[in-house]
Design a protein around this ligand. Sequence first.
Ligand code: PLP
Length: 465
Amino acid sequence: MSTAPAQGRQPPAPVPAPTPAWQPDTVVLHAGYDGLQHQRSAAVPIYQTTSFLFEDAQHGAELFDLVQEGHIYARTGNPTQTVLEQRIARLEGGTAALAVASGMAAIDITLATLARAGDHVILASALYGGSHNLVVHVLQGRGIASTVVGRGDHDALRAAFTPQTKAVFLESVGNPSGDVADIAAIAALAHAQGVAVVVDNTSATPLLIRPLEHGADVVVHSATKYIGGHGTAMGGLIVDGGRFDWQARSDRYPQLTHPDPAFHQVVFTERYPDAPLVARARTVMLRNAGATLAAHSAFLLLQGLETLALRMERISSNTRAVLDFLQTQPQVARIHHVAHPGHPDHGHATQYLRGSLVPGLLSLELHGGRPAAQRFYDALQLFLRLVNIGDSKSLAAIPAETTHHLLPDAELARVGIAPGLVRLSIGIEHPHDLLADLGQALGHAQTATALPASTPDLELLQEPS
Ligand code: PLP
């Protein structure tokens, strides 16, 4: 961070560290930034530079030796990015965070920090298609095996651990399934085996679920989604919970507890006892993989983050309105959302969701299957047809044809995705306009579709058969 004093004046007294009592609504606006340390700029500046000056030869050497903290070269960090990292670490209740170029980079770097050729990773929930593909196919090519455990199947999870297992990976709220994972139960099983738990908290955001409070050890995000919130910048985040006892499991995680030849023989648990995972992710994985977050993207993500709490409130109330509406529509065969008491994860939702907020992802199936879904999809006028989620605008996608098209039918069925499933990501528009658009599009779906005599109700909100 820049330490330049305000021009022409004595440096002011340091501002006291922010109070830990801040609510998330305040953290998103203020944490990790003191404008008096940045030329008195009230907004977080964009540090558009590739490199940072050394005061002298010794300063440069000490920065490289990790004896002094500070930026060196923007591949591993920049002050705009630092504010984003500190804000997210604070929001999630972690000890440190690393911002990278995308959500996929965050997941890849996290797993590569923990596992290497010969190791094993467990997937303990339905995942975003790209994450599933990364672990099951791409990591396999790098010699890292994986086991996919069915949703909520704790016996299968217990049986999946091997001495080589380095991580249990899951999504707090699944994309697109909307399932809410039993994080505490999964973490208890993993910790009994001495294995770290990595939770992708993209679809929930820390406003809805704080996985570290429920036993997770590492949280990852695609900041491209709700954190940015405006569909203008890609980004990813890795948050170190700071509580996993890597030293006690030194045989399993030698890359964190033994001298690392990839970075000056540093022992990360000794040099960075509060956040060794994020420290190694930055200094070894990001430094060599180069999946750097651009300073301008960090700025855009920070702009979006400022309104995260407000957006999640509106997204939640809009989602409830959409759910109430869809339940009255005869064209709708099934709706998948945890808000309904009939959903198998409703209990987990009650346990893990903070306040009365509900996730903004929901999916529906129409009578008439895939053709009806396509007619409905093509008729949408306000919902944007694209594959992103978490924008302030409402979005729609057909996962089997887009995000999950690489998955064979058997894997699609296993992750609960019917071919005609339409995923909606609810935004912050006026609810009346959203309902009007859905209503007119459902009218188009109905064309040439024989509807059941009565409005389905009991069938709604059940898992796909
Ligand atoms: N995790 C989840 C839950 C996602 O939905 C996505 C993308 O859709 C990713 C990770 C990957 O993020 P990115 O697109 O920023 O690489």
